[in-house]
Design a protein around this ligand. Sequence first.
Ligand SMILES: [Zn+2]
Length: 423
Amino acid sequence: MKLSSAEKKIVETVDSLKDDICKFTCELVSHRSVLNNEAGVVQAMENKLETLGFSPKRVPINPESLKEHPGFAPVTWEYIDKDNVVARIEPEKHKGKSLLFNGHLDVVSADPDFWDTNPYAPEVKDGWIKGRGAGDMKSGVAAMTYAVHAVQKAGFDFTAPVTIEGVIEEECCGNGALACVHAGYDADAVLIPEPFGPDIYTCQVGVLWFRVDIKGKSVHVLRAGKGANSIEKAFPIIQALRGLEEEMNTENVPEQYRDFEHPLNLNIGIINGGDWASTVPCKAGFHARLSYYPGTTYEDVCRRIEETVYKAAKNDPWLRENMPEVVFYGFRSDGHCVDRDQEAFHVLNDCHKAFTGTDTKEYISTCTTDLRAFHFFTDAQATCFGPKADNIHGANERVDIESIMHTARTYALFAARWCGIIS
Ligand SMILES: [Zn+2]
């Protein structure tokens, strides 16, 4: 479909904002917005929304009002002054369909020892922006924010509500996006610019987090045989969980995941225990993430994890009498798949095609995203479509600037077509 003159004007405006989009990405990246350190980046997002003429509001994560919600993930930290920030454009007369852009402002940690540059001092070089969160997903947040701004700057008003939502805690539980849904922020279409490229994202796996606490018995190492080494007691338990991972990979594989080599992954992400090289450690524990197929429930997987841990423990004389404890916290996100044949996806495909001449591909994901909150608790047609990035969650994460611009153009065009515009 060819662009109308109004659409051309919008796209030209997006292009004229390229420097601002890159600068805002870098500004967001400069905030080390790891868990419980998100206040600075939320403030930066709020300031930007205000500067661009929006009216942002804070949406706190309030565990009191959320704890009965079926999507709420219990966590081990406190919720004090932990906000999301949302701006909604509400036209007086509604025509067209409403739209919500969601992007997360939190990032995972970065170990500077493994980076060529400071992860929080973004580097713009050879068409890429490098820095923690540059791809996942601060460039996407910049693209969506400026896409909406570009439509207005080009001289148009939307004829249906448009919401821009910057959330926290996507990387640990999804309680940020859930708090916004719970506060009533919803739309006919939801787009999330996660850095999986310009594809229509139709499936994601379930993900959960858990921790296993193991008790041992402390003695001086000269009597090590009389003690119980809690760190070593963790080994067979981890081994057993690897067995569960293999079983789950090959059982009831949904059609969408049949071509993947190993779609489901167990990650042992933290291990701790002991405090002295010459003392047999009496306490150890590990934290893990396990994924599961759409169609399997969180409760089912929890039960299997407990069974696996207890069964492995029963093979050990010490653990049999001192059962490890399994604690579930953080992510408790069931997976889901949606039909590609939805109106919003067709419109998005046409917008992408207007710039590339090709159709979008379908993206089947082996991780989770905040789409879950919209899929399970609203009626939105929701998908991810975003920039291309390298090494997300790893060292030297970077994002391709042209792909950020493609996301911004496509989003601006989508917003104009989906919501309707008047000059
Ligand atoms: Zn992300």
